[in-house]
Design a protein around this ligand. Structure first.
Ligand code: SAM
Length: 268
């Protein structure tokens, strides 16, 4: 398995994924409601941060949630157990080597995974194989090109672009949100619809200042510090100034905007 997860599998990253899921829950999942009694494949469930939200919203459905990381699956199991959620089964599995028969799921759910894959298009084709005719797929991804903020800082812009560069070096694409529609079409899904979900943060929304700007977005960029310096694409001072300027947007007059994209397609 040659997957290189740019954010790593650290405790800090698990907490970041939890913060991300919590503060975006309403924005991303108000409509993550599937037909009753669906059998749903969640591909790349990680530590179960989205799993627990969508599983609770769809109590009559059964989720099979897979990931290639055993460590993440173990964390996901204990989260779901601690919340008494009993409609999820976790399994080790690789999206590119699915062990399920053809057309066995009613729905496929995949969130913040395609951005890390060298071939998102092949991933969608592999997932489509196990989706029933008439079944649907939901994709959710961000797009770092959609980040803008006040006060403006070229340093902050620079560190965001570094994340894009490092993710590309690891075979991923941090600008994938804008590509969900073409990816769905290319994989052969029909009646595709993509909806942009913008997170707008100013100091009148303190829960998003903490949960999104600081603990989700800036924490993610801060997480690449060592790597970025190690591969010499930036010096320490410039990197730290970029991070400082991202934090500056969380002050009383600061603003931060970012757009996620949620796509749905049908297997007809
Ligand atoms: C950013 S995490 C997202 C986790 C979760 N979906 C969330 O939104 O919190 C990406 C996850 O995709 C998993 N992953 C990457 N490549 C995979 C593959 N080929 N098959 C299954 N899981 C994969 C990684 O192990 C990681 O847990």
């Amino acid at each position: 398995m040659s997957f290189k997860y740019v954010h790593g599998y650290t405790e800090r990253e698990s907490i970041r994924l939890e913060d991300q899921a919590n503060c975006l829950s309403e924005l991303l999942h108000y409509d993550s409601v599937f037909p009753e009694n669906s059998v749903i494949l969640e591909a790349g469930c990680g530590v179960g941060a989205q799993t627990r939200i969508v599983a609770l919203k769809n109590p009559s459905s059964k989720f099979i949630s897979i990931d290639i990381s055993e460590d993440s699956l173990n964390k996901a199991r204990s989260v779901v157990q601690s919340l008494n959620i009993n409609n999820v089964e976790f399994q080790t599995g690789d999206i590119f080597d699915l062990k399920f028969p053809d057309e066995c799921f009613d729905h496929i759910f995949i969130c913040f995974v395609l951005e890390h894959l060298p071939s998102p298009s092949n991933a969608l084709k592999a997932l489509k194989r196990v989706l029933k005719k008439g079944g649907t797929i939901t994709l959710i991804e961000g797009d770092h090109g959609s980040a803008y903020f006040y006060p403006y800082s070229e340093y902050a812009e620079k560190v965001i672009n570094l994340q894009v560069k490092l993710q590309a070096m690891a075979g991923g694409n941090a600008l994938i949100g804008r590509q969900l529609y073409p990816l769905l079409i290319e994989a052969g899904f029909k009646n595709c619809k993509v909806s942009p979900r913008m997170v707008y943060v100013d100091s009148s929304r303190p829960e998003l200042v903490e949960g999104f700007t600081k603990n989700t977005f800036t924490a993610m960029i801060e997480g690449i510090r060592e790597k970025a310096i190690e591969v010499s694409i930036i010096d320490k001072n410039t990197f730290d100034k970029g991070i400082q300027d991202l934090y500056r947007t969380t002050q009383v007059d600061g603003v931060f905007c970012y757009t996620f994209f949620k796509g749905v397609g049908y297997n007809v």
